[in-house]
Design a protein around this ligand. Sequence first.
Ligand code: ACM
Ligand code: ZN
Length: 763
Amino acid sequence: MKKLFLVLVLASNLLIAQRNVSIIPQPVSLQINQGAFVIDNSTAVKFNTADKELKLAVNFFSAAIRNISGKTLLLNDVAKNNIVFKIAKTNGIGDEGYTMNVSPSSITIVANTKAGVIYGIQSLLQTLPAIRTNEVLQVPCMSITDFPRFKYRGMHLDVSRHFFSPEFVKEYINLLASYKMNTFHWHLVDDQGWRIEIKKYPLLTSVGAWRVDQTDKVWASRPQAKTGEAATYGGYYTQEQIKDIIKYAAERNVTIIPEIEMPGHVASAIASYPALSCTQQQQLPLTGGNYSGMSSNYCAGNDSVFTFLENVLTEVIALFPSKYIHIGGDEVEKGPWKVCPKCQTRIKSSHLENEDGLQSYFIKRIEKFINSKNRKIIGWDEILEGGLAPEATVMSWRGEAGGIEAAKAHHDVIMTPGSPVYFDHYQAGPEGEPLAIGGMNTLKKVYDYEPIPKELNAAEAKYVLGAQANLWAEYITTAEQVEYMVLPRMLALAEVVWSPKENKNWENFNERLKNHFKAFGQRGLHYSLGNFTVSIKPSSQNGRLFVDLSTEILNAAIYYTTDGTEPTLSSNIYAIPIEINASLLLKASTILNGQIMGVKAARQNFVMHKAIGKNVTYTNPLSRYYQADGPNSLTDGVRGTAAVGKYWHGFNGDDLIAIIDMGEEKNIQNIAIGCLQNYNDWIFLPQSVKFETSNDGNVFTEIKTVNNPIDINTKSVMFDFKTDFPILSVRYIRVTAKNNLCPPDHNGAGKPAWIFADEIVVE
Ligand code: ACM
Ligand code: ZN
């Protein structure tokens, strides 16, 4: 009897231990042992006081313990039990790794550097309560060896589109640090606000940091400011505040990389100093996404622009100790350079090929200056256009292609692809979620991200320094919303960039996440409970259309309806793929523990026609980024919407040539293909669409070629190219959509466009 009791006690101790060890990111190796170390008033911290760096780490730890318990730890005193911090040469854990051993009488954290000690402390803190408590502070006995997979682990924040207070910036940095993210990319400059005090150019902040307040309107629909309207929205960080934030970050091993955007996205600088633009015309600070008639580029032909930038960068470099200065470089609208005499003179005198060459000239000239100050540049992947600056590190955001190209050219790369690490995109819904810029990056999608692309060999892969999530703030107006967009996706990213690939485990991550949700709640942080949106995925099998339903939520069920009503607890339970053989509206909800989860059911309309479920083959390859629901998405009965990329098959620069095999000869009398134009995203309707039929799959007869009737400068439109004809009996249909070029005033003027198509409808 007694023995059994002992076993039960041990088992329950172990249970406590396991419950409390939910470290994110998952350590390289973690062994949990029996028993616990108790932190109380007779616990001492031991460390070498001569080591100033170590002293900072100890201060950080002592303050954290005081915060959660009110206890003040003894320092280097005789004590009942000890927490020992040591910087000592330790093989195999690198600059940021640590080992931690917890026994009932001691906790020992050893690392090669202060950074490693800090990360040991972060792991330790994750085993303790998150807020002030009278609970006994028990640390389960365990031993950990831990170090990061990638040396660059970044989070970005756009403080231009919305201004976030210095206090919130610190909270954000603290949150990063808790999950061992080591870089804060501070996007301080953009069109809608200049946010860093520059002593030599006071108008940058007295003018460029303030705009007419239209926070009540959606970004894209804000009217431009009128003369006389008060500019009351904004703010900036003084150099003193910035120094304080840098110090706060350094205490947590977070490096701040400032982004001083150029040569585009600088309407705020131009509002402050109009002579910086090509037109040199006065303009008011932008209120949102309406750029019409506004300049947003520096003039690349004007030497005084470079003098200005060198002066700005000199102050920036004096403030920020970071090795890297981010110089932006993205989305330069090159039209104004084409019509600017100074820019054109520069192209000629410097023997540049065109405006891409001018962009490259601009970045290289700035790089030379930054290198002369012993710093290095990072730029968005557009800096590849026209030739990469010699020492530049590339941030790959338009997918991974730029990163792959740069790594193959032996340049360092940071992966920040829109899918899946733009955290301004939806994480669930979109029904029931706060309005977001578009896209869908769920927690699982982030968790499954692999920063090393398959295209790179082992030597090239070494140039991938790590990954970063970006948080643009056009649609994010409050600190609470920042928290909501970042939590818990940042935790998934932390595990991507820190933990060994083989230690990643989605189920286990979800299990550990529960403790973190509890901590967020206790700390009053806003976070997303998860993506309860059912994924509705059509799939064709032998000419028939089925729908697979799935949920990211573990141990959940899916209930669905096909009559347009909302699912209830008495609706059909999903078990096997559902065959679709009539037009219908499918709705589906996630059910967890007997409750319908999420605000709204996922929904999808299916439109039946004669080619539904039929096989489609393409002559030119489909872009790997726009595959919709897979190979037969053009015959799945699902029509696209202009705002959401996931419905469309995309072809980058190629014609879309699709052959549909109807399986047997069928009587048909019309064919249509749905296409999308989104001017700003380089997606244009095809120049023309040719419809052909065949009965042997070799010899095709043209029915009709339909030319594009829509104005090429139309911003956004969905259009069906179609043809009607007297009834024909055919087995094969070939549709050829001819790729367009970006029009003359477009950012990509003369370059091949994208074709996006959602469905080939055959009746
Ligand atoms: C970007 O998202 N424009 C870098
Ligand atoms: Zn110019």
